[in-house]
Design a protein around this ligand. Structure first.
Ligand SMILES: *Cc1c(COP(=O)(O)O)cnc(C)c1O
Length: 414
């Protein structure tokens, strides 16, 4: 039997719902936390119910409210994916459903391959996560899809691109952009798209700010994408991806592509991510407060030329988007070190608490050099245009005591 169904008798708030929705202990022999179901295939309750399950899985019919549909085969879905997908929904206001994937890139690839086809266009903000950049230029464009870049934060250029793109299917926004934290206006993009006859969908990569500080769906986005590898799971010990959306049919369509690509999140990983959800708000709040203290302590340091952090924005348009869109500044910041690449490398070499690694969002503080690692696929010109200099260092702040981290950063400059 599928786990989807159990609902509390009245509407509860997200931090309660994440612990009570979607999981029925009776289906896990009374276990208070979900069991892990590693089976690849599921025994049908009758041949008729097998026929019914296939009909629903293939989109030929819809499950009725409260109907208990048999599981089929774990590439399509399995109990731990069902439980996780139900439990994560309340964390994203206005979401009606979720689909889980075995990495953030699996989620993003599935999104593009489901919504865009040869001859269609999509608009995307730059800079983008390195993997997404690679997907667009080395896979989607050679397949005949037309990608149109728009610089992060350029609201007017976004509106023009949306108006002019032929056969536009998708607007993909990563905000704030990594590693410069420039923000793009989700609501303005949704307003530009709204009057189009065949309205394109808006998907936001919310990995850096969500699900605690930024909620794209109430601002007009249709889909929210996560690398669950980052803040959602929070311990740098697993890969995962999630897409949440307003329209349950769209989520079902993404699950259909997922079943064919075979990139559903595996049962053990679903169970792990599920157990991390109730603490994501605590972790992110602590990490964001830490980052704020550290940035305040580093501002004005003679070895730092500029710091990129939302609370230090000075452009009025960036401040406006921040105040409209984000509840807090988040736990990522980056800065340009006086003395070029050599000085940036020396800083990384001298760190004793923060570790020199890519990735972000874990409870441990990480530092990296974007121009030669995460963003090294970008051309010199793109790097220059998007402000990713050879002296830029990116920090993902963890939950350590911020005073120790500040001390570590200060000594690394000496
Ligand atoms: C890490 C990341 C991804 C890719 O996620 P994986 O889980 O590594 O596949 C996508 N977008 C952003 C913003 C990320 O930070």
């Amino acid at each position: 039997m599928r786990h989807r169904s159990s609902k509390p008798p009245y509407i509860v708030r997200p931090s309660t719902a994440v612990l009570t929705r979607g999981f029925d202990p009776a289906l896990s022999v009374g276990s208070a936390r979900p069991a892990v179901f590693r089976s690849s295939t599921y025994v049908f309750s009758s041949p008729e119910n097998a026929e019914r399950a296939f009909s629903i899985a293939l989109g030929k019919s819809h499950a009725a409210e409260g109907e208990r549909v048999d599981l089929i085969y774990s590439r399509l879905s399995h109990p731990n994916a069902d439980i996780l997908e139900d439990q994560i929904v309340p964390l994203e206001p206005e979401a009606s459903g979720a689909a889980v994937f075995n990495s953030g890139m699996a989620a993003i690839s599935t999104l593009f391959l489901t919504l865009c086809h040869p001859g269609t266009s999509f608009v995307f903000t730059t800079p983008l996560y390195g993997g997404t950049h690679h997907l667009i230029h080395h896979l989607l464009e050679p397949l005949g899809m037309n990608g149109i870049p728009v610089p992060a934060g350029d609201t007017a250029a976004m509106a023009d691109a949306i108006r002019q793109a032929p056969n536009l299917r998708l607007i993909f926004m990563e905000t704030p952009a990594n590693p410069t934290l420039r923000m793009s206006d989700i609501e303005a993009a949704a307003q530009s798209a709204a009057p189009l006859a065949d309205r394109p969908l808006i998907a936001v990569d919310n990995t850096l700010m969500g699900p605690v500080f930024q909620h794209p769906l109430p601002l007009g986005a249709d889909l929210v994408v996560y690398s669950g590898t980052k803040y959602l799971s929070g311990f740098s010990d697993m890969l995962a991806g999630v897409i949440l959306g307003k329209d349950p049919d769209l989520i079902q369509q993404l699950r259909g592509t997922r079943a064919i690509l075979g990139n559903i999140l595996q049962p053990d990983e679903c169970w792990m991510l599920d157990s991390r959800l109730p603490t994501v708000t605590f972790r992110m709040n602590r990490q964001s407060k830490n980052a704020q203290h550290i940035v305040e302590g580093l501002a004005g340091h003679p070895k730092i030329q500029t710091i990129h952090y939302p609370l230090l924005f000075d452009e009025p348009e960036q401040k406006r988007i921040r105040d409209r869109q984000c509840r807090f500044a988040g736990a990522m910041f980056s800065f340009a070190v006086a003395g070029g690449k050599e000085a940036a490398f020396n800083f990384l070499r001298k760190l004793t608490i923060a570790r020199n690694a890519v990735s972000l969002g874990g409870v441990e503080t990480l530092a990296c050099h974007p121009a030669t690692t995460t963003h090294s696929e970008m051309s010199e010109e793109e790097l220059l245009k998007t402000g990713i200099g050879e002296n830029l260092v990116r920090i993902s702040v963890g939950v350590e005591d911020w005073r120790d981290l500040l001390h570590d950063f200060r000594q690394a400059f000496e």
